[in-house]
Ligand binder design. Sequence first.
Ligand SMILES: Nc1ncnc2c1ncn2[C@@H]1O[C@H](COP(=O)(O)OP(=O)(O)OP(=O)(O)O)[C@@H](O)[C@H]1O
Length: 501
Amino acid sequence: MTDATGASTAPAVEAVHTSKRFGATTALHDVSLAIAPGSTHALVGRNGAGKSTLVSLLTGLQGPDSGAVAFDGRPAPPVSDRAAWRSRVACVFQRSTIIPDLSVAENLFLNRQGDLVRWGALRRRAARLLEEYAVDVDPAARAGDLGVEQRQLVEIARALSQGARFIILDEPTARLDATAIDRLFGRLRALSATGVTMLFISHHLQEVYAVCDTVTVLRDARHVLTAPVADVDHDALVAAMTGEAVGLTAVEPRPPVAAGTPVALRLSGLTLRDSYTSIDVDVRAGEIVGVTGSGSSGKVALAETVGGLRRATAGTVTVAGRPVPPGSVPAALAAGIGLVPQDRHREGLVPLLSVAENATLPIAASFGPLGYVSPGRRTATARAFIDRYDIRTSGPSAPVSSLSGGNAQKVVLARALSASPSVLVLINPTAGVDVRSKESLLGAVRTAAGDGTAVLMVSDELDDLRHCDRVLVMFHGRVVAALPAGWSDTEVVAAVEGVSQ
Ligand SMILES: Nc1ncnc2c1ncn2[C@@H]1O[C@H](COP(=O)(O)OP(=O)(O)OP(=O)(O)O)[C@@H](O)[C@H]1O
């Protein structure tokens, strides 16, 4: 197709009446999408709406059951021709496709034909490529040592250098702090100005307005709406995603924790070499304490230490006055500490077990004597979780690996809460969770606190932190600010950046 000037008018990317089923689940039903060349197109929808499935069709990871995909008006290559797909489209996944044990240079030229076996030549070519895309990374660095931001930039540079003019960004901001997000958005705008077409997937609707020109909403495997972002306000977008005209509810202030309430969790002089130093924190029963900070602040390592995933080099963790043996998840669990870890793929879930088995792992012992778990009780408990947390699944016996990302995150939280822990440690608990489900997850955390659980919530999200009674800000391994309820967004951001107001 061409216009009067002879320029191509075909969409850069198109899905035409595509459908995809997994067993009994319809993941996409007759979905069509056309992305104009050079546009930055948002794809939004609730957890399980079908976004990742559509991405898998647009990247050729699998073919549609019916319908077709086209690039620049021409049919997509066969699924088996990976090189042809790589020259058309790349997806910067939330989970990296970079191989950690190889160097940056090797990662950049992975899967490419040619005579690049000589290390010196490979490194020089990698250096030129990184310079061309203004990526400030050493080509000889081990890829596994890169931060999330640098890793994503290497992935984008690799995609562009392979000829792809269409890039899919699947929740690219999920693990970036505010300044890194700003830098990423600057780059996306610059890429867009050079004619690169992008599909941007995010549960943060404000990001959609910040970087995208057009938005498509999927709901229950179906296409609901495609429109310029300027024509759809926030409430209309949420209504399209949920199918309900009800807006999101404002965060209710929590009643203050009564004076004299005992300390449930105490961190004293807690230190982890190269990560954080001399952390003293008390969390009283029923209190929600937030911890935030930039990527290098040490906040995640601190939470992982309390949850038993890391062993502090000095200091102690006590629960109700009793010291918790360090560096052991079972010991932390036995002390009453529940953990929602950062990486649900690695630490959170057992992929081959069912939703019911995963959700009820810590309470299995209470279901029957001598480790016997009655399947009926387990299923009934799991069904209650599925309803309460709005987990979209074909049922309690579905393997957890069949869940969409956000629904898997809900299982992790359900599991942590299922054992009624006296201390709950959460690391970015709403990452990947849709706007409506965030409300129910944070509501469940508030209910647990209302019942006396002490909550330590590490998060980059101001919307999570709004539920906290106070927020500690870490900077280079130390607590630099303690903000009582009523803080303003700018106060938190300034403290995170290390700028005193
Ligand atoms: N391999 C699979 N086997 C079985 N069911 C699957 C599989 N992949 C996806 N599904 C199901 O298809 C539906 C759509 O999932 P998809 O991952 O596309 O959702 P999503 O919109 O990306 O969600 P999220 O926002 O949570 O990432 C879900 O109900 C999911 O459970």
